[in-house]
Design a protein. Structure first.
Length: 83
């Protein structure tokens, strides 16, 4: 079982390397609003990473800010999906 902290670290790495490469890691927080930082295509690509990395399936009705709005929310969402 993957811990929430591990999920947060992996999601954070994907975001910084794939979508925000010029961002200083210390300036990006796990509580930052991803919908303000990423465009809709980037969010969908991030969801694809989540599905591949953690073996979860994200349905259309789960594509919400409550589930995907921050690194913390994504990690909690993945944990719920994996349980």
């Amino acid at each position: 079982m993957v811990s929430v902290e591990v999920v947060e670290d992996r999601v954070r790495q994907v975001i910084l390397s794939s979508f925000l490469p010029e961002t200083v890691p210390e300036a990006f927080h796990n509580t930052d609003d991803l919908f303000a930082l990423l465009d809709s295509l980037q969010v969908l690509r991030l969801v694809q990473h989540l599905e591949a990395l953690f073996g979860v399936q994200v349905t259309d009705d789960e594509l919400t800010a409550d589930n995907l709005g921050s690194v913390e929310k994504m990690a909690a969402f993945v944990a719920r999906k994996r349980d």
